[in-house]
Design a protein around this ligand. Sequence first.
Ligand code: C2E
Ligand code: CA
Ligand code: CA
Length: 751
Amino acid sequence: MKFRRKPKILRGLASSAVNHASAFAPAIFAATIAVIVVYVATNWRLERSLADERSAVAGELATISSRLQTNLNSNVKLLQGLAAGIAVNPTMDQNTFSKLAAEILQPDSQLRSFAAAPGMVVKWVYPEKGNEKAIGLDYRTNEKQRDSAMLARNTHNIVLAGPVDLIQGGTAFVVRCPVYINDRTSQIFWGLVSGIVDIPRLYQDSGLGSTDLEIAISDVSEPRLAKQVFLGDLETFSKNPVVTSVDMTYGRWTLVAVPKDGWGQKSGMATFELYACLLSLCVVAPIVWVGFLTKSRQRTIEKLRLHKKKLVRARQRLEYLSLHDSLTGLPNRRFIDRMISQSPSPGSENCLILIHIDLDRFKEINDTKGHAGGDIVLQAAASRLVNLAGPNDVAARIGGDEFIFASWSAHPAPRATELAHQIVDTLKQPVFVDGSECVVGASVGVAWETERAQRNPSQLRLNADLALYEAKKTGRGRAAVFTEELRSAAIHTKELAAEFNHALDRDELVAFFQPQFHAETLDIAGVETLARWDHPQKGLLAPDKFLAVAENLGRSGDMDRLILQKALFELARWDSLGMRIPRVSVNISARRLAQANLLAELSKLPMAKGRLCFELLETISFDDLQPVLNEIIPAVKELGIEIEIDDFGTGHASIVSLLRFEPRRLKIDREIINPIVTSPSQRRLVSSIIEIGRSQNIDIVAEGVETMKHAKILRELGCHLLQGYALARPMSSKQLIEFCRTKDKQLKEVG
Ligand code: C2E
Ligand code: CA
Ligand code: CA
């Protein structure tokens, strides 16, 4: 089942949000709790202190109100005393009134003055001084005082009025007490007695002057107008004041009070909050700090994770690069080596097949079309191999123009042969380079496991290499399968190679000599030196057993030098014996010819001019080596050494390029000579070669003269020199000495 995953960026955001939340969750929680605690505590404390404050204010206000009440009542009592005095003696005069009033008016009361108004008109005042203006005041006509005066008269009750603007100046509370005179049947209204209450003094005595409270007093319970408030401001009533009242039989005052600075100013609130906040901070800050630490740790971890991811990716990329060929994108040698050595394979019952592929003409294309052309060829080959590869196959480029194709199969033999042919066929198809067709072709070597259990990948690689080597030996565009014989041959070659190195050092190489004869006279014209290896166990070995080994070891040049020395040594010996050997030939390999010190070495050798001949194989690529040979060959000739072209007729060099070197002789190959006895066309070919030689003044040598019939025909065709088993086999110097002594007799016998 497949799960659809969130896009990466969303996943990143989501996880980072979760990280943030998880890092700061304790801090957020603690902060919330702290805020709530501070809030609740503050509120609780606010309420508590407000209640305390209110009760303090209420207490103070109650004191004030009761003192106000007491003071007013005692003033009223004094006035009532005066009224009672008048009721007893309604006809008193000013003096009597003043006496009475003076008795009643006590210094500690707030009453300032009295006035008596029989019939509602002020008649007597006390003290007289300063209050004279009030005498004659008719309450009924004085607008300001009428209402309260009439109220007292009509209700028979004491009325407290004020603050009232007095006729005699100033303002004051006025207490009015109606006076009735009893006759026997009814009460007769006599008039009013008024007491002027000194407001400042009343307030002072009641404690209003020395309070910290903002107090307002009204004679209505809920005043709406400023004039209804006679002490303080109307505003105080709207400040959530503490309310109390002064209840008097003659009226009711409403007192309100708030602290002068307003409620809650004395509570030390700010300090409390500050402490609460500080405390919360002490709790929250470490948690926030821990949150930050956690957060930064998470960030570090995240960074490390990303870094690790990058590293892993980089390593994977490097690993990919180290295991793949950058040009073709195919796996490389390391990859295939590792894969093979790690197999058991896809399908572990299957056997591993390895096909080693080498492009045939890659070097040519690279040389002619340049590296870019070479790259196109390699890429084309790679993609063809990839196309051939099934799910169980891997194609790899292991370097240069070499590829490996690995496959696993339960039936390796047929599968391997099928694959090999497919590979040869597909790589035979032309590749287009710069618009022109190039046929590259490939040789392949095939090897497979015969038994699953005996897996030996490196051996398998070697086997495939050996098969490839074999395929190349037999020509281009071939497939060769590894066999046990190939392996033993390879082992043999390897052993032989090791031995050959020793052979050179231990002087196991010996020179054999095969005489050459004048065709006409059958006199010895010279000898060809032929290398033999006197192998300690295997006996005398001919060059076909060790020449390739010497070549592969790069020691054929050394061998030639050695054989030349021996040849010259023997020639000197023959001369000293008085034998008539006119000339000695040695075979010269391409490697020897190209040796830089060849000329210097040759010039030091003791040799008679015209008695040494170099046989150059026609198969030495004369065309390729032309520049070197152009210099070397004339120099060699200059030293008095003759040049002979060997195995003429088998190579590919153009006759023109050969003749340019002006060789002294051409030696027709024995493959051409052999059939002349039976084939007239072959005879004609030999005849025409002889013709060319004659025209160029070049002697013709025939090798492989196996019968005297050959010798006869060749003599008739005009061949100059003859060499072959019919006349003499290759022999040691000792045998040659013997041969020369008995030559005539022997030749006569065969002839
Ligand atoms: P080659 O130069 O063509 O030498 C002649 C070969 O033909 C010799 O083989 C000789 O034994 C063989 N031969 C002579 N007469 C007849 C005949 O009538 N019938 C047949 N079938 N073969 C005949 P050998 O000695 O085995 O040498 C083989 C080749 O090894 C030589 O071919 C030469 O190319 C090479 N070689 C020999 N010695 C040297 C050497 O010192 N240096 C180099 N570079 N190559 C050498
Ligand atoms: Ca030769
Ligand atoms: Ca030859």
